[in-house]
Design a protein around this ligand. Structure first.
Ligand code: APR
Ligand code: PHB
Length: 391
């Protein structure tokens, strides 16, 4: 089999790239290790920056997002019995964010790609990537247990944190930056109307809590737990009791409902540099991970793909390698901004068992400053909606 761009992975990054290349008339084949139902069933975050909404519209994959997405103009910061609403549009030149589950984005993109007859293979794990330092890379994969070879001009490694692409970059070239945070998030999906208009980020000595949502009838809530926490120790009543306690505010009540799904996710900050080598280009979680506190993971993946699609267009349609050569640096500037923001939000809002009184008091002072200072709120707002550079 032969194509111009071999795309590995049917997460949001790989699927969006497949769509953007198709729209530019650039032939691509997408290979995904798992089956379609698995890809469409994964629960992940769901906070979209305006630029992410825009690129999904550009890709013609935003019909349902435009109908069902919930536009949010700010967040609530809750701590010490206080609730400060931080308004975004007034601090960011009118920008806001949209809640729409990543799961739904994946379903919408897969449906569109299938309808357009894309060459997209599920149950097709890639086993090796060869020749990326030359002009004719080859991707080996399995179909029905039989090895096949996909010849191509470029390889897009969109295969997530546990994929094979990153490992194809020589070890003496690849630099890994990593922090494993000493907590995890227990996330639930509950059939109950959200008890809030905008998301609530809450700091409490017992730990962080977040009240998010998926629709007007479905709430998404998270609790900071130990990294080795076991779901078996978290029956429904314990989850709700802990959420009530951490989100507590005089005069406010948390509505409860049946819990439909639950999972525990470890928290990590991770960046692989450079994001490209020869004819291989990493995008999304294959290259970087952020802790979910800043809601940046999906947005970074979409931003990488926007840059990569444009670079592919320049390469195949205008014969210039400039975009591809500048890909890694262009992405890493945004990635490190988001890494720092996510790290800051995470340390600000989580309770550390090992923190001494000095560190705790500094954290409380930082929270109070954020709730009082317009400059501090503007910093949070411009990063949360997606920082953009003047150039
Ligand atoms: N061959 C083919 N596909 C593979 C392989 C392989 N060897 N290894 C992994 N994959 C597939 C996975 O099965 C998965 O479907 O690559 C896909 C990667 O998708 P995601 O993990 O969703 O990664 P990405 O598209 O970069 O999306 C990033 O996911 O974790 C969140 O916060 C993150 O929202 C962000 C988004
Ligand atoms: C979510 O809705 O899943 C969500 C929202 C905001 C975050 C993280 C997750 O910071």
């Amino acid at each position: 089999m032969r194509t111009r761009v071999a795309i590995i992975g049917a997460g949001p990054a790989g699927l969006l790239l497949s769509q953007l290349l198709h729209d530019r008339g650039i032939d691509a084949v997408l290979l995904e290790a798992r089956d379609r139902a698995y890809c469409e069933g994964r629960q992940r975050a769901g906070m979209l920056e305006q630029a992410t909404v825009d690129v999904l519209r550009e890709a013609g994959a935003a019909n349902r997002l435009d109908r069902e997405g919930l536009v949010h103009h700010g967040i609530h910061l809750r701590f010490a019995g206080r609730d400060r609403h931080i308004d975004f549009p007034s601090r960011t030149g009118g920008r806001s964010v949209t809640v729409y589950g990543q799961t739904e984005i994946v379903k919408d993109l897969i449906a569109k790609r299938v309808a357009e007859g894309a060459r997209m293979y599920f149950d097709a794990p890639v086993t090796a990537i060869e020749g990326i330092d030359g002009d004719a890379p080859r991707v080996r994969f399995l179909r029905d247990g039989v090895e096949e070879v996909l010849e191509c001009d470029l390889v897009a490694g969109c295969d997530g944190f546990h994929g094979v692409s990153r490992g194809a970059i020589p070890a003496d070239v690849l630099k890994i930056h990593e922090r494993v945070h000493p907590f995890a998030w227990l996330g639930i999906l509950a059939d109950v109307a959200p008890s809030t208009d905008d998301l609530i980020y809450a700091y409490n000595e017992r730990g962080f809590a977040l009240h998010s949502m998926r629709s007007r009838a479905v709430s998404r809530l998270y609790l900071q737990v130990d990294p080795d926490a076991d779901l078996a120790d978290w029956p429904d009543e314990r989850i709700w009791a802990e959420l009530r306690e951490r989100l507590a505010l005089p005069g406010w009540t948390l509505d409860e409902g049946p819990i439909r799904e639950r999972s525990i996710t470890p928290m990590r900050s991770f960046v692989a540099e450079p994001m490209s080598f020869g004819r291989l280009f990493l995008a999304g979680d294959a290259a970087h991970i952020v802790p979910p506190t800043g809601a940046k993971g999906l947005n970074l993946a979409m931003a990488d793909v926007r840059v990569l699609a444009r670079a592919c267009e320049e390469f195949f349609l205008a014969g210039s390698r400039a975009g591809l050569d500048g890909y890694s640096d262009a992405c890493l500037r945004r990635v490190w901004r988001a890494e720092q923001f996510s790290y800051w939000m995470t340390t600000l809002l989580h309770a550390r068992g090992d923190a001494d009184a000095f560190e705790r008091r500094c954290q409380e002072a930082q929270l109070a400053y954020l709730a009082d200072s317009d400059a501090a709120m503007a910093t949070l707002a411009e990063n949360y909606v997606g920082y953009t550079w003047a150039d």
